[in-house]
Write a protein that binds this ligand. Structure first.
Ligand SMILES: [Zn+2]
Length: 360
């Protein structure tokens, strides 16, 4: 039986770039288990290690999970793996699949080795993590829907979709991502500041036309249920994977909209990862009236200096679905379930309001 859980979001962010570093501890039949879900960029590994040693008072991490191989999520995990003792490392190894997917690429001269090499170079932090685990004899497992990591069930990605849809799209995504963020930043620079439009409770504009990179869509989506509470971790997943996760869960008899009481807002609160319909499938429909005291929590990891994270429209979407929204923005934030060990010196969290104006 699981008695309690603590979920710590460490502040990650160099300049305007956000990342995720999340430390989780739960108590099961009197025993503590520790999971790290993403490690931020390389600079944040030391903070995670310190957190595990100081707050969890151990040097053993049962599960290290890398949601997806981008450096702002995989980077800090190398220090965790080389400094602490790790039970299992859960990460995707896309370079292992090149013989299966080579035919998808137009460049017929590409060999299995050259494709694998390109993926390893592009995902250098994740590849370094894999190599360190192999050197140390740490068990590496690839997370696909249906797998169990401690108390968490993997809801996405499915293995088939990962291999045949997502990996083939990895090649083109760096350009796609670069262009999006550069164009957005350039637009902000021209305008001086982002411009705003009025927002009203009950009127949500989060269209279905959004898209994020295939790497982000490959994020490992996890769900754990403890008594009446449900805990959802999303990494940088976008609408395709969030929907796939909701569908997979419902096939397993888990109705996420009524079960999720804690959610990680995907991709640092970006606008390209959620839509109204997706959120309805994942965490339920917006409420007609503002709740007096929301009981659900949504955490978002956003760099202190990131002007665009989290987007106010995304914050509003969670607030209007009955969540109290808490953002890192340079602060360490923690969710402690009833029965979790006491911690000295922690103040109450500040909750985001429903914004009357959102970015255009
Ligand atoms: Zn990210």
């Amino acid at each position: 039986m699981v008695e309690s859980i603590e979920i710590d979001f460490l502040p990650v962010g160099e300049g305007e770039h956000s990342g995720d570093a999340i430390a989780i501890r739960w108590r099961e039949d009197g025993q503590f288990k520790v999971m790290i879900y993403d490690g931020g960029t390389q600079a944040y590994g030391a903070q995670l290690v310190k957190h595990v040693q100081e707050h969890f008072q151990t040097s053993y991490v049962d599960y290290v999970v890398n949601s997806h191989p981008d450096n702002d999520h995989a980077g800090g995990l190398l220090h965790v793996l080389t400094t602490l003792t790790v039970g299992e490392l859960w990460m995707h190894r896309p370079w292992e699949y090149s013989d299966l997917i080579r035919d998808y690429f137009h460049d017929r001269r590409m060999t299995d080795e050259s494709l694998a090499k390109r993926l390893k170079q592009k995902m250098s932090a994740a590849y370094a993590l894999e190599q360190a685990a192999l050197e140390r004899g740490v068990t590496i497992r690839e997370p696909f829907s249906g797998d169990q990591i401690g108390i968490f069930t993997v809801l996405s990605p499915g293995r088939y979709r990962y291999v045949h849809n997502l990996i083939p799209a990895f090649q083109k995504s760096p350009e796609l991502k670069e262009n999006q963020s550069t164009a957005a930043a350039a637009l902000d620079a021209v305008k001086g500041v982002a411009s705003y439009v009025a927002a009203r409770w009950g009127f949500e504009y989060l269209p279905e036309s959004v898209k994020t990179s295939a790497e982000n869509e490959s994020s490992v989506i996890l769900f754990a249920s403890i008594g009446k509470n449900g805990y959802l971790l999303t990494g940088d997943a976008g609408i395709e994977s969030l929907r796939a996760a909701a569908t997979f869960a419902s096939e397993r008899g888990i109705d996420l909209p009524t079960r999720v009481t804690f959610a990680q807002i995907p991709h640092h609160g970006g606008r390209h990862n959620v839509s109204t319909e997706t959120l309805n499938m994942l965490v339920g429909n917006p409420l007609e009236a503002r709740p007096e005291d929301p009981v659900r929590r949504a955490f978002v990891s956003a760099a202190a200096l990131a002007p665009r994270h989290p987007k106010k429209a995304v914050t509003n979407a969670f607030v209007s679905r009955g969540f109290k929204v808490v953002k890192t923005k340079g602060k360490h934030i923690v969710h402690r379930s009833p029965g979790a060990p006491e911690r000295e010196g922690w103040g109450p969290a500040t909750y985001e309001p429903f914004y009357e104006e959102v970015e255009e």
